[in-house]
Ligand binder design. Sequence first.
Ligand SMILES: *[C@@H]1O[C@H](CO)[C@@H](O)[C@H](O)[C@H]1NC(C)=O
Ligand SMILES: *[C@@H]1O[C@H](CO)[C@@H](O)[C@H](O)[C@H]1NC(C)=O
Length: 328
Amino acid sequence: MASPLSLLHLAVLLCIYLVLPVFAELPRIQHQPKHDGSLNFLVIGDWGRKGLHNQSLVATQMGRMGDKLNIDFVVSTGDNFYDSGIKGVNDPLFLQSFSNIYTAKGLNKQWYTVLGNHDYRGNALAQLSPVLRKIDKRWFCERSFILNAGIVEFFFIDTTPFINNYFHDCNQHYDWRGVFPRQSYLKKLQKDLEEALAKSTSKWKIVVGHHAIRSIGHHGDSPELVKHLIPILKGNNVDMYLNGHDHCLQHIASKDSPLVYITSGAGSKAWRGDVKEDHSDVVKFFYDGQGFMSAQVTNSDANFAFYNVFGESIHHWNLTKSTMHSSV
Ligand SMILES: *[C@@H]1O[C@H](CO)[C@@H](O)[C@H](O)[C@H]1NC(C)=O
Ligand SMILES: *[C@@H]1O[C@H](CO)[C@@H](O)[C@H](O)[C@H]1NC(C)=O
């Protein structure tokens, strides 16, 4: 029979094992900004198709722009590997759809990426593995994490577990390891995000997730994120929510706050051909084809642009901090 002491030990160990992860904060990483503090980066989503569906063309233009802007890093909004993520850390898809495609010198920078729903159809844990970072040192993927880059703080969040449909989808297998129990996973994530945003002292706050909150593209809005994320983002002066999922480029401005909703999910297959009517916010731009986004941020200004597969700028917009503060 176990002695009371060893039972106590066991109880303590169980507590540490079960409770600690629940209270752990989001992983936090630092990216050293340039000497003048400015930050340039590219944003791409929904891309890994072995170069097909114009993935290679987009990669070429990203390389040019990466060079021209001397970017600090690339942000990926998820759906990194089609159709079903990667099978394991040795899956050749990682090289075929990432390392061997984004070969331009201008893209030889750190990539910060989250998981999309298609990534969850494979071995989701493999994409988070440090082994991939050894195979290609540019790779960094976590479910949810904070990236501090000086004037900009990024809050990457795992949106797939929010979407109810995936949990009722009997035709697809999802790798939910680490997600169950789902409700506590989601509650903790919302709490961690809210606390981290409230604490942030960065000039600019950008939240990145795979699924759109607001979209006029094929998938449209994600009601779960409208409900759970909008109050947190608007309540904490977030400047931008960046996502993929819909294979397009779009810019939607919130009607009642400075928040803008940006979709950069056009890294490969696009041209879905369906657009929804929507008048609840202000749709500034929508492009159904392939492309990517650039961002140039300083303390006072942020310039953003969308590019098509020819590298042509098809939409650009600027935000300035002073006007945004006066409008709050
Ligand atoms: C590649 O891009 C061009 C120009 O936008 C477009 O006409 C063509 O349909 C695209 N190809 C595919 C496979 O989407
Ligand atoms: C707006 O952004 C564009 C590039 O996207 C830049 O050339 C232009 O100077 C910016 N304007 C202001 C007022 O910052």
